[in-house]
Write a protein that binds this ligand. Structure first.
Ligand code: ACO
Length: 378
């Protein structure tokens, strides 16, 4: 067997051959199926982008209309899922609620037929349609209210914001939210996607695949960073405090949330687009001191850590967008999950094409041939 060098975090080791997305970390380029993220953010919608990621091509007008129709009409969740979610502790993190309820969806689709295109289509529609409903339902129920029923006449993002707040969103807000979903939909072999592919490789169902990816996304080094960014900006409190705050973190060798990336050594292209969205929102709905703090922070961190390639990542500005939309901080990562479902499902589908179960190796560093010491002698 070939012996490879151990690389912590599997840095630089390909885990799959993929056609789904590509990143050029030195030039700050991200493409989905060869189309730049800038073009998609400007012209596409989240559902169209999901179709592109999952089926590999942009849909025709007819295909898109059918896909949107199907997703619209599968948004309602089963009353048993809703009742199960009602029993979740309201103090629990919404990512845990989402992981549990996504896994529970699989209980209602027991006819697993992974290589049947109809099954694949049905589960893709089911997951894309119901995950936003479950995120919104948990939010409303933890405040003691009944979930807001989805509205079939609203597009994907407007409907989610409607279910969250009970009122129809402003059209600019809905469009900006939809662009955020496009930007978060896919990003090559990140931790949660790797998790999804490992789970998929066992030939389990797509609900388990997405549930395992949700669990992985939740950590503060991955999707959870956007929540930490907003907490950090609030803690800093004023532009004057930025420099000492950053210097203190660097002196303690602590990671600054929303900065740095395994692949990007320049500013993440998604952070650039998100920054533009923050500015659009602020020019319509009023300025916010946290944007000034964020800009100062980008400058100071660039000055101190730019030589290591540490610049804002996708999580740095997304939190500011969601904060301005008055979305509770602990829903930022579930919203990331709503978007990333598209990428996870694309990888699930791709993994099944020439599947081989993931079974890496390890470098054993423990002991051998030890005696078993009986309990009384230990
Ligand atoms: N703050 C301070 N220093 C940093 C940061 C940061 N955020 N990110 C990287 N560095 C430094 C490291 O200390 C290291 O310095 P050294 O060479 O002197 O030891 C160097 O830059 C290289 O960084 P690594 O830690 O090797 O980068 P790695 O690829 O392992 O980690 C990660 C990437 C986890 C994203 C890291 O940058 C980080 O923890 N960032 C903060 C959390 C965050 O924002 N996560 C979201 C990422 S995007 C996403 O998942 C959606």
């Amino acid at each position: 067997m070939m012996v490879c060098e151990y690389r912590p975090g599997l840095e630089g080791i390909p885990a799959a051959q993929s056609d789904i997305s590509s990143v050029d970390g030195l030039n700050g380029v991200l493409e989905y199926r060869g189309i730049s993220i800038e073009k998609l953010a400007e012209r596409s919608t989240f559902l169209e982008t999901s179709y592109l990621l999952i089926w590999g091509v942009l849909p025709s007008a007819q295909e898109l209309e059918k896909f949107e129709y199907e997703v619209r009409h599968h948004r309602r969740i089963k009353y048993r899922i809703r009742d199960m979610m009602k029993c979740f502790p309201e103090s629990g993190h919404p990512m845990d609620a989402l992981q549990a309820s996504t896994a529970a969806l699989g209980l209602f689709d027991s006819q697993r037929d992974l290589y049947n295109p109809k099954y694949v289509h049905r589960s893709v529609v089911q997951l894309l349609a119901t995950i936003p409903t479950m995120v919104a339902a948990f939010q409303v129920m933890r405040k003691g209210n009944d979930p807001v029923e989805p509205r079939d006449d609203l597009d994907y993002s407007s409907n989610f914001l409607y279910m969250l707040t009970g009122s129809e969103p402003d059209s600019l807000v809905a469009r900006i939210f939809d662009v955020c979903l496009i930007l978060h939909a896919e990003h090559t072999m990140n931790a949660s996607t790797f998790s999804a592919r490992v789970t998929a490789s066992t030939l389990t169902d797509p609900y388990a695949v997405v549930a395992s990816a949700v669990g992985t996304l939740g950590g503060p080094l991955h999707g959870g960073a956007n929540e930490e960014v907003v907490r950090m900006l609030e803690e800093i409190g004023s532009v004057d405090n930025v420099r000492p705050y950053v210097e203190n973190l660097i002196a303690r060798k602590a990671k600054i949330m929303g900065f740095g990336h395994r692949v990007y050594k320049v500013k993440d292209p998604r952070a650039k687009i998100l920054q533009g969205l923050v500015e659009k929102l602020f020019s319509k709905f009023g300025q916010d001191k946290y944007y000034e703090i964020a800009q100062e922070m980008e400058m100071v961190v660039g000055e101190k850590l730019g030589h290591k390639g540490v610049y804002p990542n996708v999580d740095f500005y997304s939190g500011l967008v969601y904060r301005k939309l008055k979305i509770p901080t602990d829903l930022f990562t579930p919203i990331f999950a709503i978007a990333r479902v598209a990428g996870w499902l694309a990888h699930w589908k791709e993994q099944l094409v020439e599947n081989r179960i993931f079974r890496p190796t390890q470098i054993y560093q423990g002991l051998h041939k030890q005696d078993y010491i009986t309990l009384g002698e230990r």
